[in-house]
Design a protein around this ligand. Structure first.
Ligand code: NAD
Ligand code: MG
Length: 382
């Protein structure tokens, strides 16, 4: 029993990852059962003992009571606002409705906004926090793997416009991020795999040891081993925090935050072609986009074939989508090319891409011949 107790104590001690930026610093706290301990974890961080929790119906049904009770334990008064789940809540009407509810009841400037949910809730609540009374303190409690490893770190908040995704937004850094890996137990496996693609991406961009760690531990992670999940979240957040610290507001055109788009130009084209209707999750599109980025890199002589094979083998080994032909939909090369030319990251109509010299060696380039991209798409099943 002592060993069991020790193991329990260990798993209950959260990891703290400090994020240091020019504008601010905060901790990403990573561990099990953090929602139940949110009162103790947040009391030292919040400027006053009052918060408005924003969540979605699905996450709210699972975790909202637990969070409200935990905050009440340390005397933090809360009220909660619940939006429908899914990408469609990241719209201007839902945003306006939330701000209106907050103002209607009256809000003090030092009241915090707490986002409880995935990236949709985090981006939406963060944008509400960044704009209401010119900025309310903000806390993220991400409940999807994607939001724990990616969207909750970096300070980008926002909503979609009818002209495209994430076109309305602001940078607003949180006071604190609580990444509770226990909450991932209720996440559908497909969502878990989609988030995992962004961890693999981090390794492929600039952390070869993280990619090697994924090769060893990916299967245990997808089987929800809590220690493995916590370690993956820590490594991926540490990677993103390093990139964000060097380029907080995405002002560098070449390396910096732009590298975080590895696999995303291809991925966005696949998502856009399906009309962002949920048939293909963002991380699934990224998973295919990663192999395409390596395939184009190999075609241009920038990257060894062996590295492309390593990436493909890893994704396929975990039953992640790795090729366009893995999807039950057909795509036309011309349609995918035209989406890529419309991508907001394209400049002056040139195809700008994140490619790789090898695993952990991503770079940005604007000299990618369209024909090379077309050939890679055809070879992949378009
Ligand atoms: P999401 O927030 O829609 O969550 C996915 C689904 O899982 C939803 O239906 C949600 O209700 C449900 N869910 C969430 N947590 C759950 C849990 N613990 N158990 C059971 N169900 C749960 O999607 P996401 O993948 O987390 O985030 C995608 C969004 O993140 C996109 O809008 C994207 O633009 C944004 N994003 C932002 C950044 C950034 O830097 N701000 C980075 C990457 C992605
Ligand atoms: Mg992404």
């Amino acid at each position: 029993t002592t060993r069991v107790m020790e193991a329990l104590a260990l798993s209950n001690r959260p990891l703290r990852l400090p994020v240091s930026l020019a504008s601010t610093r905060y901790d990403v706290v990573i561990g099990s059962d953090l929602i139940s301990r949110a009162g103790a974890l947040l009391a030292p961080v919040l400027p006053r003992k009052a918060a408005i929790i924003i969540t979605d119906e699905t996450v709210g049904a699972l975790y909202l009571n637990r969070l409200e009770e935990a905050l009440a334990q340390t005397g933090i008064a809360t009220r909660s606002l619940i939006v429908p789940p899914g990408e469609r809540s990241k719209n201007i009407d839902t945003y306006a409705g939330l701000v209106d509810s907050i103002l209607k009841e009256g809000v003090e400037r030092r009241t915090s906004i707490i986002a409880l949910g995935g990236g949709v809730v985090g981006d939406l609540a963060g944008f509400v926090a960044s704009t209401t009374l010119r900025g309310l303190p903000f806390v993220q409690i991400p409940t999807t793997l994607l939001s724990q490893v990616d969207s909750s770190v970096g300070g980008k908040t926002g909503i979609n416009s009818r002209w495209g995704k994430n076109l309305i937004g602001a940078f607003h850094q949180p006071l604190c991020v609580l990444a509770d890996v226990s909450a991932l137990a209720t996440l559908p496996r497909r969502e878990l795999m989609a988030g995992y693609a962004e961890i693999v991406k981090a390794g492929l961009i600039g952390d070869p040891e993280l990619f090697a760690w994924c090769e060893k531990n990916g299967a245990a992670l997808l089987d929800q081993d809590p220690e493995t999940l916590a370690e993956a979240v820590r490594q991926a957040c540490a990677f993103k925090a390093r990139v964000v610290a060097a380029d907080e507001r995405e002002e560098q055109k070449t390396d910096g935050r732009a590298l975080l788009n590895l696999g995303h130009t291809f991925g966005h084209a696949l998502e856009a072609e399906l009309g962002y209707d949920g048939r293909l999750l963002h991380g699934e599109a990224v998973s295919i986009g990663l192999t395409l980025a390596f395939a184009v890199s190999v075609r241009l002589g920038a990257c060894p074939q062996a590295d492309l094979e390593r990436v493909t083998r890893h994704l396929e080994g975990l039953n992640m989508p790795a090729h366009i032909r893995d999807l039950p939909y057909s795509f036309k090369v011309d349609d995918l090319m035209s989406h890529m030319l419309k991508d907001k990251k394209m400049q002056d109509g040139k195809l700008s891409f994140v490619l790789a010299h090898g695993i952990g060696q991503a770079f940005t380039t604007r000299d990618v011949p369209a024909q090379t991209v077309r050939d890679a798409l055809v070879a992949d099943g378009a």
